[in-house]
Write a protein that binds this ligand. Structure first.
Ligand code: AMP
Length: 448
């Protein structure tokens, strides 16, 4: 199949050709014709599979071919969970709208509110936004959605996991359902809240599932190393960074403070590294991502803030310095390499604190993982044995004597059961504490 088979507008085709894209990817092959026919879509596809163009192309095509319902209201709204992803979608959109009459704007949390009011007053055709800030502008009457023709939810699962259901519902309710088309993209369709949401928002949607977001990404080679402790991880890291071949690397750590500490350590070792953490303000984050994508540094150290959607074509190696808290983040993290068919390597360090997460990832990948070793840096840690429930050994008599022990045993039983469930079914991320509005607004989503 070729892009020319879609019957896209000449202007769109010339941009596709200019970008050097010859054949549409699988998600594009399925989603573009269905969206161009006007169907609502619920679609899953792997990270880096070309899903952005799968919704941008039919969106622009629709605007080119149809008369606007309103002169003032936006015609297309694209919502994404993070600012970084929104920016990336916006930059792809700009490539395709550059030679058209269509105006596109980017509305992000954490940026100047009044500037955004002015931008919205110019009646843009496209709005790319994070949901919290857009919902604020909507509440304050800075724009209306009566003329909305297309609502696109990118990474809907992530938006719902982050607690944006209220804002998404508000935005949805402000638009006329009869005339509107909705395209929902999610890393997984196996997500109760996404399905519930899709039932409420979409009209007779076509379901498109391209493989599974959780199946193995063939272009990414995965390696795992056991590690005893922090010092051991640092030694492994230094060894690998000086012995591996890579263009650029992203290193994922569990905490923000570790990003800074590790980047400083690597810089002291004469390696070119920079840290991206949620503590930075938006301008600083933009500057760092900009510099890294231009190749100013070889190594980016970050938390899960950069794990989703970002398209950094020169990243050929991803290192999980710490395993992620949420199993599915592993797939998003390693999806930062092996983009658009290129080869990538993913490495993970597994220490005692990472063991539970590692076992969940092993279950997710549905394979038994063996560990690599580096001479002189072998770990003493060999993995944890599954904990046996102590509940069995607590008989009634003992329990009545020692209530504390019994309570502890009960807790252990619960924990073991929980792990088994996580391995079997894909866990739906449930946060212990809901994120505060401030955290969401600041996109401080990498840590609980
Ligand atoms: P996405 O999954 O939308 O983030 O896209 C991942 C990368 O694939 C981006 O760099 C796109 O520019 C690129 N891409 C999108 N469509 C195609 C295509 N048909 N052929 C080659 N690369 C593509």
């Amino acid at each position: 199949m070729q892009f020319s088979d879609f019957g896209l507008d000449r202007c769109l085709m010339s941009t596709v050709e200019h970008l050097g894209f010859t054949a549409p990817t699988e998600i594009q092959q399925q989603a573009i014709p269905a969206a161009m026919q006007g169907h609502d879509l619920i679609a899953s596809s792997k990270t880096g599979s070309g899903k952005t163009l799968a919704f941008i192309l039919p969106a622009i095509q629709r605007l080119t071919k149809n008369r606007a319902l309103s002169k003032k209201d936006p015609r297309v709204v694209i919502l994404t969970p993070t600012r970084e992803l929104a920016k990336q979608v916006f930059s792809q959109l700009r490539l395709f709208t550059a030679n058209t009459q269509f105006k596109a704007v980017l509305i992000l949390g954490g940026e100047n509110f009044n500037d955004q009011v002015k931008v919205l007053e110019k009646d843009p055709h496209f709005i790319v936004a994070t949901p919290g800030r857009l919902a604020d502008h909507l509440s304050q009457g800075h724009f209306y959605l009566n003329g909305l023709e297309l609502l696109i939810l990118d990474e809907a699962d992530r938006m719902l996991d982050l607690g944006f259901a209220k804002q998404l519902t508000q935005i949805n309710n402000a638009a006329d359902h009869r005339k509107r088309q909705t395209l929902l993209f999610s890393a997984t369709l196996d997500h109760a809240q996404v399905n519930e949401f899709a039932n409420a928002l979409l009209k007779k949607p076509k379901r498109i599932a391209i493989g599974s977001a959780y199946t193995e990404h063939k272009d990414i080679t995965k390696r795992f190393y056991l590690a005893d402790n922090l010092e051991h991880k640092e030694a492994l890291l230094q060894h690998l960074l000086t012995h591996e071949n890579y263009q650029q690397v992203i290193i994922f750590t569990a905490t923000r403070s570790d990003t800074e500490r590790l980047a400083t350590l690597l810089t002291q070792q004469q390696l070119s590294a920079v840290a991206l953490s949620g503590e930075l303000n938006q301008a600083q984050r933009n500057q760092i991502m900009d510099g890294f994508s231009k190749g100013h540094q070889k190594i980016l150290v970050t938390t899960d803030l950069a794990s989703r959607g970002l398209d950094l074509v020169n990243v050929s190696l991803v290192i999980n310095f710490d395993m992620p808290k949420h199993t599915e983040e592993f797939i998003h993290r390693i999806g930062r390499t092996g983009r658009a068919g290129s080869q990538g390597d993913a490495i993970a360090f597994v220490g005692p604190k990472d063991w539970l997460s590692f076992k969940n990832v092993e279950g997710l990948l549905a394979q038994t993982i063996s560990f690599e070793k580096i001479a002189g840096l072998k770990a003493k840690f060999k993995g944890l044995k599954p904990k046996k429930s102590k509940a069995k050994v607590v008989n009634t008599k003992e329990a009545s004597i020692d209530k504390k022990t019994a309570a502890k045993a009960k807790k252990t039983t619960k924990k073991v059961f929980h792990v088994a469930q996580d391995v079997g079914d894909m866990p739906i991320i449930k946060r212990k504490k809901p994120l505060s509005a401030q955290q969401i607004e600041n996109n401080d989503i990498d840590e609980e």
